[in-house]
Design a protein around this ligand. Sequence first.
Ligand code: IVH
Length: 688
Amino acid sequence: MPAESSMSPAPQNKASKTPELEVIELTTKLNNASHEYYILDKPTLSDTEYDKLFRRLQALEELHPELRQPDSPTLRIGTEPQSLLAKHTHLQPMLSLGNAFDDKELKDWEDRNIRLLGGSAQLSSSGYVTELKIDGAAVSITYENGLLVRGSTRGNGTIGEDITPNIRTVRDVPLRLKGNFPTGQIEVRGEIYFPFDQFEKMNNERVKASEPVFANPRNAAAGSLRQLDPKISSSRPLRFYGYSAVTKDGDSLPFKSQWDLLQALSSWGIPTAPNKQLCYTMDEVIQWCADTEQKLRAELNFAIDGGVVKVNSLSLQSELGVVGGRDPRWAIARKFAPDIAETKLLAIEVNVGRTGQLNPYAVLEAVEIGGTTVRLATLHNQDIIREKDLRVGDIVQVKRAGDVIPQVIGPVPEKRDGTQKPWSMPSVCPKCGTPVVKDADLVAIYCPNLACGGRQLEAMVYFASRGAMDIRGLSYARIEALLANKLISDIGDIYSLTKESLLTLDGFKEKSAQNLYDAIQASKTQPLARLITGLGIPHVGEIAAKLLARHFGSMEALQSATVEQLEGVRGLGGVIAQSVNLFFNDTSTTALLNKLSAAGVNMVEAGAASSGGALAGQTVVITGTLPTLSRLAATELIESHGGRVTSSVSKATTFVLAGEEAGSKLEKAQQLNIEVINEADLFQRIGS
Ligand code: IVH
């Protein structure tokens, strides 16, 4: 999001702050927002808001260049258009593929090659390699003596765009090849893709942050790769599968077949896609295509749009050659039917999430897509329903692949008969009847009733989930039953359950009741971060929970933290700080935590309280440029000695660590009579 911004006139700032203070505040706010977006994957500012603040900062910095902070986001975020990615000429052209849409076209392709080769003998002994056709973005990665030196897009096949920093962020692209790799320059070709589960997660986050969603994983992969700011690519969980390797002269590679090439890629540490097969007859190829399309496709966590059939022998490949410099005769794509089906939208129903958010979903007439029956599909929020103009009774197109929750692509308006009805969000919570509220920033609609049965159910499911307290056996259905039988009414009640009370429920036997009871008891010793996660504080996921646990060390310290102290936690933004503060100021939170504490649930971070350190319990503010340490290094150093770094000077500050060109923070420290030390003093204090 924040990468694209323009220089339109800066909005007027209503506050009468000094420009210096405003520049510092904007820098911190924007950097926090970027961190939440790129690193924590939890966007807290919308595009528009970010852009507005960014432009305000740019305008201020233009007026007062001396105020620009060394970590100003304006220094690193490119405003250049994307065409400014440098060009790269591939060692050899990146080819494309001809298509076969059915088995007959595959056979025709083979017949043509048999004719060209004057018989079928060579093809029979070479065989074919069948591979998945990954639906991502084609890239070429150059290694020089085993070291990754460049990554580039396909471009027009001859010249691509240099995306080296972005390619380096793809975690399964090795930066150095392993094993017996060829010396000199080699280009590894393959496909960058966005896994389905991550794609779904990212789009859900973007919906929550009112940001436009990506249409499909391919667009998300290609868009992420071509970002000018590699931080954006690095925050996206891109993956890679290699399928080819070339050198400039073409014949110095140590293999004679596509099959050997794939094995070699693996041995160098390059991931290759699963399900490849060496086939010796066209019948085997056809069988592989059918199995892949009908069975395997639905199980994959990434998109494929077909299979690729390649003549295995590399010498036969060069004999067959390339048509018009574009499509090789030795390979063909067997396209699969898209994983889309049409069905009737029977109803739009609403589920209440743990934070009270109302989530609409589609109830569909059962339909088979990619080998599974689909009855429900996610609809995200009412704006999306409105944008797509979905009406109850519509014939809709539904997409499903792999583990992805089925999605409604949109209605088929030509199939309307006038009986279809537009839909709008209910004005009261469907679970408890409380009038709903619209979140100020987001498009989401909420049930504000903390005691809402729907919210409690989801909150408990989340509390017991794997990433939180991990209470095995406390399933959705069991929580529903426990709530319905009034054995529990909130999270705190989980710990008062006994084996005997569990046995009063249908479906529990001696052993299952004992197991669940044991799992509940065992969860009491879970680390503090898991408990914080399990509380389901809005905007606080596993990462933020870890940061909070590490920083505060105990639930008690976290409960009493001020917004300012929370904002001082490195990696945590203002929105999270506000949300945490709000949560702990609620009396129902206090009651819940008392209940949990009385039940013996662990409330301290192991090792945190006892870690001691020369700066234990001290709150430090860093300002100006330090002689040797970067801001980050100084923060880490202070934290590793038990201290806490916050961003603004207050009475709670123990000392200010000041460097060259320290500004208002230094002044404030002097006003408040707070000790100011330099880097050398710091080293002395920590004995380094
Ligand atoms: S081979 C023969 N193998 O499909 C040279 N391409 O439609 C062509 N693709 O640009 C590449 N999976 O981006 C090859 N296993 C695979 C592939 C694959 C996906 C893409 C590739 C190519 C496009 C052609």
